[in-house]
Ligand binder design. Structure first.
Ligand SMILES: CC(C)(COP(=O)(O)OP(=O)(O)OC[C@H]1O[C@@H](n2cnc3c(N)ncnc32)[C@H](O)[C@@H]1OP(=O)(O)O)[C@@H](O)C(=O)NCCC(=O)NCCS
Length: 184
Protein backbone atom coordinates (compact mmCIF):
# COMPACT_ATOMS: atom_id res chain seq x y z
CA UNK A 1 0.00 0.00 0.00
CA UNK A 2 1.31 3.44 -0.80
CA UNK A 3 1.69 5.29 2.47
CA UNK A 4 0.71 8.93 2.47
CA UNK A 5 -0.11 11.10 5.41
CA UNK A 6 -3.54 11.77 3.89
CA UNK A 7 -4.47 8.12 4.14
CA UNK A 8 -3.36 8.16 7.76
CA UNK A 9 -4.96 11.32 9.00
CA UNK A 10 -7.91 12.17 6.80
CA UNK A 11 -10.76 13.11 9.08
CA UNK A 12 -13.98 15.06 8.41
CA UNK A 13 -12.73 18.12 10.30
CA UNK A 14 -9.65 18.32 8.08
CA UNK A 15 -11.55 20.56 5.63
CA UNK A 16 -8.86 20.26 2.99
CA UNK A 17 -6.10 21.84 5.09
CA UNK A 18 -4.01 18.71 5.44
CA UNK A 19 -1.77 17.66 7.06
CA UNK A 20 0.17 16.56 4.01
CA UNK A 21 3.84 16.33 3.14
CA UNK A 22 5.56 19.61 2.23
CA UNK A 23 6.25 20.12 -1.46
CA UNK A 24 9.77 21.15 -2.46
CA UNK A 25 8.63 24.57 -3.64
CA UNK A 26 7.04 25.24 -0.25
CA UNK A 27 10.32 25.17 1.70
CA UNK A 28 10.68 28.98 1.68
CA UNK A 29 7.17 29.43 3.09
CA UNK A 30 7.84 26.88 5.82
CA UNK A 31 11.09 28.66 6.72
CA UNK A 32 9.18 31.96 6.88
CA UNK A 33 6.57 30.40 9.17
CA UNK A 34 9.38 29.12 11.42
CA UNK A 35 10.80 32.67 11.65
CA UNK A 36 7.37 34.10 12.53
CA UNK A 37 6.85 31.45 15.21
CA UNK A 38 10.37 31.70 16.64
CA UNK A 39 11.60 35.25 16.04
CA UNK A 40 14.49 34.90 18.51
CA UNK A 41 15.79 31.56 17.26
CA UNK A 42 18.63 31.27 14.73
CA UNK A 43 17.68 30.36 11.18
CA UNK A 44 18.22 26.76 10.13
CA UNK A 45 20.81 25.83 7.48
CA UNK A 46 19.87 25.93 3.77
CA UNK A 47 17.65 23.04 2.68
CA UNK A 48 17.06 21.91 6.27
CA UNK A 49 13.35 21.30 5.61
CA UNK A 50 14.13 19.36 2.44
CA UNK A 51 16.35 17.04 4.50
CA UNK A 52 13.72 16.31 7.16
CA UNK A 53 10.27 14.84 6.55
CA UNK A 54 7.93 17.82 6.98
CA UNK A 55 4.15 17.97 7.23
CA UNK A 56 2.22 21.12 6.43
CA UNK A 57 -1.25 22.57 6.75
CA UNK A 58 -2.17 24.84 3.83
CA UNK A 59 -5.05 27.27 3.61
CA UNK A 60 -5.24 28.01 -0.12
CA UNK A 61 -1.70 28.94 -1.14
CA UNK A 62 -0.69 29.87 2.40
CA UNK A 63 1.22 27.54 4.70
CA UNK A 64 -0.29 28.03 8.16
CA UNK A 65 1.25 25.08 9.98
CA UNK A 66 4.23 22.79 9.80
CA UNK A 67 6.14 20.18 11.71
CA UNK A 68 9.16 18.04 10.91
CA UNK A 69 10.74 14.93 12.31
CA UNK A 70 13.79 12.70 12.18
CA UNK A 71 14.01 8.98 12.49
CA UNK A 72 16.93 8.05 14.68
CA UNK A 73 18.13 5.39 17.05
CA UNK A 74 17.15 5.20 20.72
CA UNK A 75 19.05 7.85 22.67
CA UNK A 76 19.82 5.68 25.69
CA UNK A 77 19.99 1.95 26.46
CA UNK A 78 17.01 2.50 28.77
CA UNK A 79 14.87 3.69 25.84
CA UNK A 80 16.07 1.01 23.46
CA UNK A 81 13.55 -1.53 24.74
CA UNK A 82 11.04 0.31 22.54
CA UNK A 83 12.99 -0.77 19.50
CA UNK A 84 15.72 0.78 17.41
CA UNK A 85 13.73 3.52 15.72
CA UNK A 86 12.76 6.71 17.48
CA UNK A 87 10.69 9.47 15.91
CA UNK A 88 12.20 12.73 17.09
CA UNK A 89 9.80 15.64 16.67
CA UNK A 90 11.32 18.88 15.39
CA UNK A 91 9.21 21.82 16.29
CA UNK A 92 5.58 22.45 15.57
CA UNK A 93 4.56 25.78 14.09
CA UNK A 94 1.11 27.28 13.63
CA UNK A 95 0.85 30.84 12.34
CA UNK A 96 -0.32 33.22 15.09
CA UNK A 97 -3.48 34.02 13.01
CA UNK A 98 -4.48 30.36 12.97
CA UNK A 99 -3.79 29.33 16.56
CA UNK A 100 -6.38 27.99 18.97
CA UNK A 101 -8.28 26.03 16.29
CA UNK A 102 -6.80 22.66 17.13
CA UNK A 103 -4.35 22.75 14.23
CA UNK A 104 -1.25 22.26 16.37
CA UNK A 105 -2.75 19.13 17.88
CA UNK A 106 -3.80 17.91 14.43
CA UNK A 107 -0.26 18.26 13.07
CA UNK A 108 1.28 16.60 16.12
CA UNK A 109 -1.20 13.74 15.90
CA UNK A 110 -0.42 13.25 12.21
CA UNK A 111 3.27 13.00 13.09
CA UNK A 112 2.50 10.25 15.61
CA UNK A 113 0.24 8.46 13.10
CA UNK A 114 3.00 8.51 10.54
CA UNK A 115 5.49 7.12 13.04
CA UNK A 116 3.11 4.27 13.88
CA UNK A 117 2.60 3.51 10.21
CA UNK A 118 6.38 3.31 9.82
CA UNK A 119 6.55 0.83 12.69
CA UNK A 120 8.32 3.27 15.03
CA UNK A 121 7.57 2.56 18.65
CA UNK A 122 8.88 5.62 20.49
CA UNK A 123 8.21 9.34 20.08
CA UNK A 124 10.60 11.85 21.63
CA UNK A 125 9.95 15.60 21.72
CA UNK A 126 10.99 18.62 23.70
CA UNK A 127 9.66 21.99 24.77
CA UNK A 128 10.15 24.51 27.55
CA UNK A 129 8.26 25.18 30.74
CA UNK A 130 6.37 28.31 29.64
CA UNK A 131 5.09 26.72 26.41
CA UNK A 132 1.68 25.81 27.81
CA UNK A 133 0.12 25.05 24.43
CA UNK A 134 2.88 22.59 23.49
CA UNK A 135 2.77 20.90 26.88
CA UNK A 136 -1.00 20.56 26.48
CA UNK A 137 -0.48 18.95 23.06
CA UNK A 138 2.05 16.49 24.49
CA UNK A 139 -0.44 15.68 27.28
CA UNK A 140 -3.26 15.09 24.79
CA UNK A 141 -1.06 12.72 22.83
CA UNK A 142 -0.37 10.69 25.97
CA UNK A 143 3.25 11.79 26.28
CA UNK A 144 5.18 11.59 29.55
CA UNK A 145 7.81 13.95 30.89
CA UNK A 146 10.97 11.89 30.75
CA UNK A 147 13.92 14.18 31.44
CA UNK A 148 15.10 17.77 31.68
CA UNK A 149 18.00 19.09 29.62
CA UNK A 150 19.77 22.18 30.99
CA UNK A 151 20.27 25.07 28.55
CA UNK A 152 18.47 23.39 25.67
CA UNK A 153 16.61 26.67 24.89
CA UNK A 154 19.06 29.51 25.52
CA UNK A 155 16.63 32.18 24.25
CA UNK A 156 13.61 31.06 26.28
CA UNK A 157 13.04 32.27 29.85
CA UNK A 158 13.55 28.97 31.65
CA UNK A 159 16.21 27.74 29.15
CA UNK A 160 15.87 24.11 30.11
CA UNK A 161 14.34 21.58 27.75
CA UNK A 162 11.52 19.36 28.97
CA UNK A 163 11.84 16.04 27.17
CA UNK A 164 8.60 14.16 26.52
CA UNK A 165 8.27 10.63 25.27
CA UNK A 166 5.37 8.45 24.17
CA UNK A 167 5.18 4.82 23.24
CA UNK A 168 3.65 4.75 19.76
CA UNK A 169 2.48 1.19 20.28
CA UNK A 170 0.69 0.03 23.37
CA UNK A 171 3.87 -0.88 25.21
CA UNK A 172 4.09 0.18 28.85
CA UNK A 173 6.14 3.26 29.64
CA UNK A 174 8.48 2.62 32.60
CA UNK A 175 7.19 4.89 35.37
CA UNK A 176 9.01 5.61 38.63
CA UNK A 177 7.30 5.82 42.02
CA UNK A 178 7.10 9.62 41.78
CA UNK A 179 5.06 9.38 38.58
CA UNK A 180 7.79 10.53 36.19
CA UNK A 181 9.24 8.18 33.65
CA UNK A 182 12.54 6.60 34.60
CA UNK A 183 15.44 8.89 33.86
CA UNK A 184 13.54 12.12 34.68
C1 LIG B 1 2.47 25.46 20.07
C2 LIG B 1 1.55 25.78 18.89
C3 LIG B 1 2.00 24.96 17.68
C4 LIG B 1 0.11 25.39 19.25
O1 LIG B 1 -0.68 25.58 18.10
P1 LIG B 1 -2.30 25.74 18.19
O2 LIG B 1 -2.82 25.45 16.82
O3 LIG B 1 -2.67 27.04 18.78
O4 LIG B 1 -2.66 24.57 19.20
P2 LIG B 1 -4.11 23.93 19.42
O5 LIG B 1 -5.16 24.89 18.94
O6 LIG B 1 -4.08 22.55 18.82
O7 LIG B 1 -4.17 23.87 21.00
C5 LIG B 1 -3.60 22.82 21.70
C6 LIG B 1 -3.94 22.95 23.17
O8 LIG B 1 -3.19 24.04 23.73
C7 LIG B 1 -4.08 24.98 24.31
N1 LIG B 1 -3.53 26.30 24.05
C8 LIG B 1 -3.35 26.87 22.84
N2 LIG B 1 -2.77 28.08 23.01
C9 LIG B 1 -2.60 28.26 24.33
C10 LIG B 1 -2.04 29.30 25.12
N3 LIG B 1 -1.55 30.41 24.56
N4 LIG B 1 -2.02 29.14 26.46
C11 LIG B 1 -2.51 28.03 27.04
N5 LIG B 1 -3.04 26.98 26.33
C12 LIG B 1 -3.08 27.11 25.00
C13 LIG B 1 -5.39 24.78 23.60
O9 LIG B 1 -6.48 25.25 24.40
C14 LIG B 1 -5.39 23.29 23.40
O10 LIG B 1 -5.76 22.62 24.59
P3 LIG B 1 -7.26 22.05 24.79
O11 LIG B 1 -7.47 21.04 23.71
O12 LIG B 1 -7.23 21.49 26.15
O13 LIG B 1 -8.18 23.23 24.64
C15 LIG B 1 1.58 27.29 18.55
O14 LIG B 1 1.27 28.03 19.72
C16 LIG B 1 2.90 27.79 18.00
O15 LIG B 1 3.16 27.72 16.80
N6 LIG B 1 3.76 28.31 18.88
C17 LIG B 1 5.07 28.83 18.48
C18 LIG B 1 5.99 27.73 18.08
C19 LIG B 1 6.25 26.76 19.22
O16 LIG B 1 6.43 27.16 20.36
N7 LIG B 1 6.29 25.47 18.85
C20 LIG B 1 6.58 24.41 19.78
C21 LIG B 1 8.04 24.34 20.02
S1 LIG B 1 8.46 22.99 21.11
Amino acid sequence: MEMTVETLTDRPETEGLGPRFMREEEEAAVRELFTVCHPTWPDKPPQWWLCHPTLVLAEGDRIIGSTSFSLSIAATPELSHYGDDVLYGHDLCVHPDARGRGLGLRLARARHDLGRALGVTLFLGMTWRENTAMIRIFDQLGCWRHATLPDAYPTEPSREGLVYIAGLKSRPVPVSDDGTTKGA
